[in-house]
Write a protein that binds this ligand. Structure first.
Ligand code: GLY
Length: 260
């Protein structure tokens, strides 16, 4: 089983992008022209993987709005608008819900007190791993799992709160089809992952764990040669992308699109 998509929703970074949330100030302030260029390259790569894009305009009220993945969880049989865990990001969902409503006949929603960021959700075929994090609470996980179950999927949780460097589940984990996952060193190994083959990134290349399987290609961050060599040796076709300006704001390749 692999990940097949025909469309992605993306949102252009705005002038306020550098005012977003980050714990990576040591990497410096993002350069806006470079950010826009990297976003354009990312969009080009998605198109070259066969996806049609729905591109939402920037909304200056939401500096983190380009990280659209956090605003919804989209699977073949169900689409769920989330309740992002950071207060400054709560309003991002409105534009996403409007865009989704023309693509999907029915959209589910989470209710308070649930909080959940899409970056905490890793779909592996018919199963969903839900990260419990500083952004996604137990109630968010419970509500999402119930919705997924109603549509025939299974779900289980992974608590990442003890792994200090992980903002989201997918900061440290990516599904690469069948029973293969990329993980960072020290990633939790709950029983639901027991039958998986792990591709563990080197500690110095942890950022590269946030890669994305799109149809028959894997989007990977540029600048992490050991990871790229390893994936190529396993037979994956890679598309390497510069994402330095997104890393500065704690974002990565998966965060920049909602794939459906
Ligand atoms: N800057 C992305 C986030 O913290 O949600």
């Amino acid at each position: 089983m692999s990940a097949q998509f025909s469309r992605a929703i993306v949102r252009t970074p705005g002038q306020s992008y550098a005012q977003g949330l980050t714990s990576s100030e040591q990497l410096g302030t993002p350069d806006l022209p470079r950010t826009l260029e990297q976003h354009a390259q990312y969009c080009r790569a998605l198109r070259e993987c066969g996806l049609e894009l729905t591109t939402l305009p920037a909304d200056e009220r939401f500096p983190d709005g380009t990280f659209v993945e956090d605003t919804a969880v989209i699977a073949e049989r169900v689409a769920v608008v989330t309740r992002p865990g950071a207060a400054s990001r709560a309003g991002e969902v409105n534009a996403i819900a409007a865009a989704l409503s023309v693509l999907r006949p029915r959209i589910e929603r989470l209710e308070a007190p649930a909080t959940l960021d899409g970056g905490d959700i890793c779909q592996a075929g018919e199963h969903f791993f839900i990260g419990i994090s500083a952004r996604t609470n137990a109630e968010g996980a419970r509500q999402l799992a119930a919705i997924l179950k109603a549509h025939g999927y299974t779900a289980s949780t992974i608590d990442i709160r003890t792994h200090r460097t992980l903002l989201h589940l997918k900061t440290g984990m990516a599904w690469l089809g069948e029973r293969r996952c990329v993980v960072v060193p020290g990633f939790p190994r709950p029983p639901e992952l027991a039958s998986y083959e792990f591709i563990e990134v080197a500690a110095a290349e942890s950022y590269a764990a946030n890669c994305v399987l799109v149809n028959d290609q894997v989007l990977v961050a540029a600048g992490f040669p050991a990871m790229s060599t390893r994936l190529r040796s396993l037979g994956f076709a890679l598309r390497t992308l510069e994402v330095s300006e997104f890393r500065k704001m704690d974002g990565g390749l998966s965060c920049l699109s909602l794939r459906l």
